[in-house]
Design a protein around this ligand. Structure first.
Ligand code: MN
Length: 283
């Protein structure tokens, strides 16, 4: 596996196993080989899960009332964990019964380690373990950059923030109104602005219009985000000058892939530089 991503997955599962446990409880990690696969299991002695909870476990923001118990968390960890494991061509499965703890099994394809290697892979290298087996978007970190997200729904902000944190590299700032977004953009000069089209004060088209009217923000690429997914909506967004138009709910894999195109890691490609006043769509 990619070492960084596998570590993220295990940290998430282990912290859940501890958080949802009880005083004096236990957490057991086991690994085993199964044919061409390796299985890592994290088992806890916590409260366990009902079948209906298991069914929705990897859906974002599904915390099953844990908020009421004062347990902190965003409820998105397992969603990200699943995306990362899927990205490494693996799978994650859970077994649990109420009151009898839970067991999370992460199954990954066994790496094809080149002849002559002792089986030790440098922590910074994925090439030695058949990088082609991974969805590289989930493996590589993004290049550095600043993204402004103008969005009035805090759940969407949280989701994008967690997604970007999972990959690492760029920094996210957010504003909940059109006016706030325009002002923040002028102040911070982000490399990219994500604009929700439905905002409480004025819409995303007006945000774009105001950004374009100010020399300080005129050339910052803007991507529209909207629940409206009709072709004419998309067309209208692109015609207005958005470099891209993404529909909600956000497709994790497409989002991460797009971020890699805009923020390539140092050394992977030329770093993102702000283009002088693009007339239309960026590539
Ligand atoms: Mn909105």
């Amino acid at each position: 596996a990619d070492p960084t991503r596998l570590r993220q997955v295990l940290i998430n599962l282990l912290s859940n196993a501890i958080k949802y446990n009880h005083s004096g409880g236990s957490v057991v990690i086991q690994t085993r080989s199964e044919g061409d696969e390796v299985v890592v299991t994290v088992r806890d002695s916590g409260r366990g899960l009902r079948p209906d909870q298991i069914a929705n476990l990897f859906e974002p923001f599904n915390r099953f009332g844990a908020d009421l118990d004062g347990i902190q968390g965003t409820g998105i960890g397992l969603t990200i964990v699943k995306a990362i494991v899927d990205g490494m061509r693996g799978r994650i499965e859970v077994e649990s019964q109420p009151g009898r703890g839970a067991s999370f099994a992460v199954t990954l394809p066994r790496a094809q380690i080149g002849a002559g290697r002792a089986g030790v892979v440098p922590a910074t290298s994925t090439t030695a373990v058949d990088a082609a087996a991974f969805d590289t978007a989930w493996v590589a970190s993004l290049g550095s950059g600043l993204i402004l997200y103008v969005e009035d729904n805090p759940v969407n902000v949280l989701l994008v923030d967690e997604l970007l944190k999972a990959v690492g590299g760029v920094q996210l700032i957010a504003e909940g109104s059109g006016q706030g977004g325009v002002e923040r953009a002028r102040e911070c000069r982000p490399d990219l602005i994500l604009v929700d089209l439905q905002l409480p004060d004025f819409d995303g088209f007006e945000v774009l219009h105001r950004l374009r009217a100010d020399a300080a923000t005129a050339s910052i690429p803007c991507i529209a985000l909207s629940a409206n997914a009709m072709p004419e909506d998309v067309e209208r967004g692109l015609a207005a000058g958005f470099v891209d138009y993404w529909t909600k709910p956000i497709d994790f894999a497409a989002f991460i892939a797009a971020m890699h195109r805009r923020f390539p890691a140092a050394g992977a490609a030329a770093p993102l530089t702000r283009r002088p006043a693009p007339a239309g769509r960026a590539p």
